[in-house]
Design a protein around this ligand. Structure first.
Ligand code: 2AM
Length: 262
């Protein structure tokens, strides 16, 4: 597969930051036994990864705007192009020495996702997509799973922790989905959950109260793998609502209906 120059920059940025995160991940394992835990160390690792990525992207396209998890919105002279970056998606996993985390880099052009990269440096899995060009895991073309019945499906959701509200709503939704689905998992990383949908490892995914940087790259990767992505109102408004449902053509509407039954 031929990657465009801009996708190559995104991949390079993700890989470079990934090397740093992998080193820091090793250190986090050592810090688990300390009473204070690795919290401050992880915050620093997160910021460092973001600086690395932003540096690469800025060098390649100095005029583009940015939306970064740590640094927020940075308006460039070109507001039609925007990088949307989560340097460490699945922070809580990383903090607990759990290797389910990823770097997520998206490029939005005139309000539409144009390219996306999700990279887990521990498993060395690189998910990429460009609008109209398909989705890939390294050089292998991805396609969402083909299951049609929820009873056969392995679904994925985001479970809100103590810091996130609306636990009751989540539990109500969970009850409806549990009654219909073959199985449910949670990865703790929205970016990887979407990448796994694209790779056919999960058949459906829903989560609420996310930020654009968690889902920018992943939403494109799912769509380029032939999947469907929307918010809970079946609109392409996930960045504003923070809610997301993903799956194949059959599973997406079924999961959407269950999520909305609550
Ligand atoms: P993060 O690691 O970049 O914060 C976990 O279900 C997913 O939710 C992760 O992708 C995590 O991204 C995201 N998330 C968004 N807001 C969150 C919050 N307030 N607390 C924990 N995870 C959050």
């Amino acid at each position: 597969m031929a990657r465009s120059a801009i996708l190559n920059v995104m991949v390079e940025a993700a890989m470079k930051a990934g090397r740093g995160l992998t080193r820091d991940f090793g250190e986090v394992e050592n810090l688990q036994v300390s009473v204070k835990g690795p919290g401050d160390f992880v915050s620093a690792a997160d910021r460092k990864a973001e600086e690395t990525i932003a540096g690469y992207l800025r060098k390649a396209r100095p005029e583009y705007s940015m939306l970064l998890e740590e640094s927020g919105a940075i308006k460039g002279p070109d507001s039609q192009h925007r990088w949307i970056v989560d340097p460490l998606d699945g922070t809580n996993n990383f903090l607990h020495s759990n290797p389910m985390f990823a770097i997520s880099i998206g490029l939005e052009t005139q309000g539409v996702m144009a390219a996306g990269v999700i990279y887990n440096p521990v498993t060395d899995e690189l998910f990429t997509a460009e609008r109209g060009q398909g989705a890939y895991l390294h050089n292998r073309r991805l396609r969402v799973a083909g299951r049609r019945d929820l009873v056969q499906c392995l679904l994925c959701c985001g479970i809100p922790g103590l810091g996130r509200k609306h636990h009751e709503k989540f539990l109500t939704r969970q009850r409806y989905v549990m009654a219909e689905a073959g199985g449910i998992r949670a990865t703790g990383s929205a970016a990887l959950s979407l990448a796994y949908i694209a790779a056919g490892r999960f058949d459906g995914y829903w989560e609420s109260r996310l930020s654009p940087w968690n889902i920018a790259a992943g939403s494109l990767i799912v769509r380029e793998a032939g999947g469907f992505v929307s918010d809970f109102e079946d609109r392409d408004n996930m960045f504003k609502s923070g809610d997301i449902v993903a799956g194949n053509e059959q599973i997406h509407p079924q999961l959407l209906a269950l999520v909305n039954r609550a």
